[in-house]
Every structure is written in C-alpha cells, then in structure tokens.
Design a protein around this ligand. Structure first.
Ligand code: SF4
Length: 423
C-alpha cells in the first residue's frame, strides 16, 4: 500500500517553513505545473484580526503565494466564501489576508459567495442529505487547488483544519444545508467532488479553548504541516496536539467515503517528528453540550458562531460559580419553525440570536414570555449575562460599562482556566 506523506516543519520563518514542507513532498516544481492556474483557499471565513488566530495567518498566506510562484504558474487566485452572515471581502481585509496576498503579488481575489458562473456537481452515493452542489467554474477548471487552513478548536466538530476548510468553497445555501445534515459526512461528500490537491496547514499559532471565533485562545506552536492527503494531515495534527482519532467524527466519515489514510502505519512523516513538536492543546468540546447535562439545549440549525458563544458561556458559568444557580433552564439557538414542546417559559426560557426572533414572536403571540438575546452573532458576553441576569440582551449598559464587566469576568476566567490546566 502506498503511504500518505505528511511533512511537519517547526521554525520561525513562515516562508522557509512552507518551502521546506513542500520540499519534503518533492518540491514546489514537482507539485505545481508550470503555466498552470492555482487557486489558494485560506481560512478567511470570519472577521478576526491576525492576532486572534480566527483566520489563517497573513504571513502563511504570503509565504504560500511566494513559494508557489517559484513554480512559474500562469495565474494564482485567492478564493474564499466566508461563513453565513459574513462578508468575504471584509473578512479578508480584517484578517490581513487580502493585504498579504496583494503584497505577494496575487493575480486575483475572488469572493465565491458572489460568483455567478456555477456548475452543478452530482455527489455519487452521498453519505449526507446533500445530493448536488453548485461550485464555481473557475474552481473546477483550476489546475491546482491549495487548501491553506489554520487549526482551531471548533464547537460542533471538536476541531477544524484541512478537511473542514473545504466547506468554504460553497455558497450560503449549500453551507446552510450542510449544517442541517451530518456535517462530517457532508464534508466528505464535498471532498468527493472538489479535491484540493495539496493542503498546507498553519499551526504557527493555532487556536485552543473556545473556538472557532473570538472566544478561542491562540497558542505558540510554531509548525507548518503539509500533505496531498487532507485526512492524513488532520490525523497527524490530532497526534501532534494530543487528540484521540476516535474522539472526532471526521475520520469515520472519511473511512466510509474512502477518502485518505488515517492510521499511523499508513502515514510517512517527514521533517520533524510528532514527538519533537508534540504539545497538548486544550480542547473543551469533546463531550459537546452533553458536558452540561443540567441545562436543556435546543441547538438544531444553529451555526457554529452561536454554538461557540453558548459553549463559552457554559464554561464561564462553571468557572465563575454561576452554573448551579441557573440549572434547569431551556436554551434555544438556531431557526425553529414551531414552539417547542415541554419547555419552560418566562425567565427560564432563553432564546439566543436573531435566528430565534420568529420563535419569540410566536411565543409572545401565545401569551407567554421569554428572555431574548439579539444579534447575529450576539455580543460575546450577552448570552452569559442573559443567563445570570435573566434579562434581554443587549440591555441599557453603555459600551464602557460592558467593557468593564466583561474584562473583569474574563480576567477571573483566564486565571481559573490556567489553574485548571496546570492540575
Ligand atoms: S443568529 Fe446565531 S445561529 Fe443564527 S445565523 Fe446568526 S450566529 Fe448563526
């Protein structure tokens, strides 16, 4: 059996690391055809600054473009479809990716969400409810797609790296549908029709804690990991950060779809060894919302932004000794068509996010009340405050008052998290 090769390079210079990682795979000239069209797909799906590790670091994007250029491609395109509700170009600007790509001489930047030349692709033997996807023609016709994810913790998938980053090649309709079916299987379905031929993962400052958005914590890790096989890459990254393969859904779905290799004996590591770079990351989502059994969650159809905020709020309740005081309440996220059965009302029912506005109206029309948190996504501290204070959010607080309370709580939270990690 031919093994999948994964290269791991530890260092402090992004360009040298990318170059070396590709050298371990045969070198950029062997990987990229001269005169070809190359599409680079970073993780630029949310408005996160370079310091936040919400998106692939601009330094890595710049390094990838500069190294790919050495193979003399005809054109290098950077393409992304930001998360639902997010403006792709704004995300690329805030993350520093747009600027970095321009500095590296990118030929074109494309917002996949506004692309109109789409081709329908039928998925053979789908493992999810997604039977067809519409994909941009330029992507299908590209000679090479290079997947450039960042590793982050992820509330609905435990983590996001090479496999999940492919979700950013579809427009909002398919993106939304993927969240309403088995997400891991839907991602493998997508990989079966649009295959990045190379993945270069940014683990220079990956995110641990309550990712994948603003509540996660960047960690100095100093690695670039590259492979032609995204499954082998993600499996290797799991081994680098102390996450058991069986604890995540991706690999079962990949096995079922026959995509990539997972077992250590089927993967050849080049460059640094896993042992040399190993660092355990804090991954709080292994038990999902089952980690807080004293609360009633109704989270179907909610995207990762609201789920992440809620998970962060639940951890905050525990760490700030508020968890027991609020046990037994119902918390609702995501679009719901009807009033749910067997839920409490009044101050024991919390609806989070703009998606729940319709449900709120129905509840009020039925003569009942609830606590509601506005926003898409809501402000970072608001779900937590709505649980502890049992009032609608945002309330009358000034921005300064919000900042003072939020920072004071976060200081305690960070202290207690550190103490928990060091045990
Ligand atoms: S309200 Fe929440 S669940 Fe709905 S789209 Fe916005 S962030 Fe996602």
């Amino acid at each position: 059996m031919v093994k999948s090769i994964v290269s791991i390079v530890k260092g402090d210079n992004a360009k040298q690391m990318v170059e070396e990682a590709l050298n371990h795979l045969g070198g950029v000239k062997a990987l990229i055809k001269e005169g070809s069209t190359v599409v680079i797909k970073p993780n630029g799906g949310h408005e996160g600054t370079p310091e936040s590790s919400v998106c692939t670091s601009p330094a890595v994007v710049k390094a990838v473009i500069e190294v790919i250029r050495q193979a003399n491609p005809k054109k290098i395109i950077l393409a992304e479809a930001a998360a639902i509700g997010c403006d792709t170009m704004k995300c690329l600007e805030v993350s520093g990716i747009k600027n970095a790509a321009e500095e590296a001489g990118i030929d074109e930047i494309i917002d996949i969400k506004s692309d109109t030349d789409l081709v329908r692709k039928r998925i053979q033997n789908p493992g999810s409810k997604i039977k067809n996807v519409k994909l941009p023609r330029f992507l299908i016709e590209a000679d090479h797609i290079i997947n450039v994810p960042i590793f982050k913790t992820h509330v609905s998938m435990v983590f996001t790296c090479a496999l999940k980053n492919i979700k950013g090649v579809v427009q909002d309709t398919v993106h939304g549908l993927m969240h309403m079916t088995n997400l891991a299987a839907a991602m493998m379905d997508l990989w079966s029709v649009i295959r990045a031929d190379l993945s270069i993962a940014d683990l220079i400052r990956p995110m641990e804690g309550f990712g994948p958005h603003t509540t996660g914590t960047p960690v100095d890790f100093g690695c670039i990991v590259a492979s032609k096989d995204p499954v082998a890459l993600d499996a290797t990254v799991c081994r680098m950060i102390g996450l058991a393969i069986d604890d995540v859904d991706y690999f079962t779905a990949a096995r079922e779809k026959g995509i990539g290799l997972i077992d250590e004996s089927d993967i050849e590591i080049r460059g640094n060894t896993i042992k040399e770079v190993y660092k355990k990351l804090y991954l709080p989502y292994l038990d999902g919302f089952g980690a807080w059994p004293e609360y009633n969650f109704h989270i179907e159809n909610a995207c990762s932004s609201c789920q992440g905020l809620l998970a962060y709020s639940m951890a905050k309740l525990k760490l700030l000794d508020e968890y027991d005081k609020n046990k037994g309440i119902d918390i609702v996220l995501g679009r719901k068509r009807d009033i749910l059965e067997n839920i409490k009302y009044g101050k024991d029912l919390l609806l989070i996010g703009d998606c729940t506005k319709t449900l709120k109206k129905k509840i009020e029309a039925a003569g009942k009340t609830c606590v509601h948190v506005n926003g898409c996504p809501p402000g970072e501290p608001h779900p937590y405050w709505a649980i502890t204070d049992r009032i609608d959010m945002p309330d009358q607080r000034t921005p300064e008052q919000i900042r003072i309370r939020h920072e004071a709580e976060n200081d305690i939270l960070i202290e207690r998290l550190k103490a928990q990690k060091s045990k």
